[in-house]
Design a protein around this ligand. Structure first.
Ligand code: ATR
Length: 280
């Protein structure tokens, strides 16, 4: 019988996960499909129960359910527990539901796919101190990157994150701008620049060192104003398509045991979103 997988969230209409997973199922000759399901906050518990009853083999979880779903799952992997956020659910052979989080490791994989370990052993600056910054910083630290500095519009949140990551520190945006040449890897995790809705850049890149890698986790638009500024200053770029593809690939691997082709998918998603391949 054909297996089926899903992504639940609110909103869910714009998700690119269904076409990505369906293509991987087809390429790997697996009889399976992946569907988007709109689930609002009040219906979450019933939705989890229904997915299980209706034989869903596994699903992704997106905004706003990444934390609230935890209470309805049977096991949470240690990384997702630390994050207090789940983006992937596996239905185990005994029927129990296990939650994990592939977002942070997805970023690390996308970085290394393009730049190898070039940024290891040098200081990392993370702009933003929300859920995305948290997941990425944990995964980077676990993979041996750092020390990590957080900078954020609200300094207090950056200071709170410092208590979670060994050797991390927090700086005001203006201070981070002044000391920018210290960092060989700079990662933009705020929503500034997303969908052209929040114009501008969260930090001025005037003092960047040449040869730095500048990443933005946003992928729509493919090249944010922040990445354009970095490009003008000769930085190597990484946009958010890779993180999106790799978080999905890690979920796919948990469900099927197969590592799908991420490079090909990254190119396809880039084409779908307008075709300017910005990473180099
Ligand atoms: P996510 O899960 O995507 O990280 P989040 O937890 O809501 O989302 O965090 C959003 C991040 O974007 C925060 O660091 C936020 O800064 P504050 O902590 O000061 O709110 C940052 N952010 C959002 N809009 C911003 C803006 N207009 N300028 C600067 N930072 C912004």
């Amino acid at each position: 019988m054909k297996k089926w997988y899903a992504v639940i969230g609110d909103p869910i209409g714009q998700s690119m996960s269904p076409s990505m997973h369906d293509e991987w199922f087809e390429k790997n000759e697996l009889a399976a499909t992946y569907i988007p399901i709109h689930v609002n906050e009040e219906k979450l518990e019933k939705a989890v129960h229904s997915l299980k009853c209706l034989g869903c083999s596994g699903w992704n979880v997106t905004v706003p359910h990444k934390s609230s779903i935890i209470q309805y799952l049977d096991e949470i992997d240690p990384f997702a527990k630390q994050m207090n956020a789940v983006n992937t659910v596996e239905v185990l052979p005994n029927g129990l539901l296990r939650g994990s989080n592939t977002d942070g490791l997805g970023f690390v994989r996308s970085l290394e796919e393009l730049y190898g370990e070039r940024c290891k052993g040098s200081e990392v600056l993370i702009i933003g101190a929300g859920g995305a910054a948290r997941g990425i910083s944990y995964a980077l630290h676990k993979a041996g990157y750092g020390p990590i500095t957080f900078t954020n519009r609200t300094l207090e949140k950056a200071l709170n994150l410092c208590n979670e990551i060994p050797k991390a520190k927090a700086l005001e945006i203006a201070e981070a701008e002044r000391s920018l040449s210290t960092y060989r890897l700079i990662i933009q995790t705020t929503s500034v620049g997303m969908n052209f809705a929040q114009k501008g850049v969260p930090l001025n890149l005037g003092n960047i060192a040449s040869g730095s890698v500048v990443a933005d986790i946003i992928y729509n638009p493919l090249k944010t104003e922040f990445l354009s500024e970095a490009e003008k200053r000769g930085a190597s770029l990484l946009n958010g398509t890779g993180m999106f593809v790799h978080q999905g690939a890690l979920a796919f691997e948990k469900w099927t045991g197969i590592r799908p082709n991420t490079k090909e998918m990254n190119e396809k998603i880039t084409d779908t979103l307008g075709g300017t391949y910005v990473n180099r």
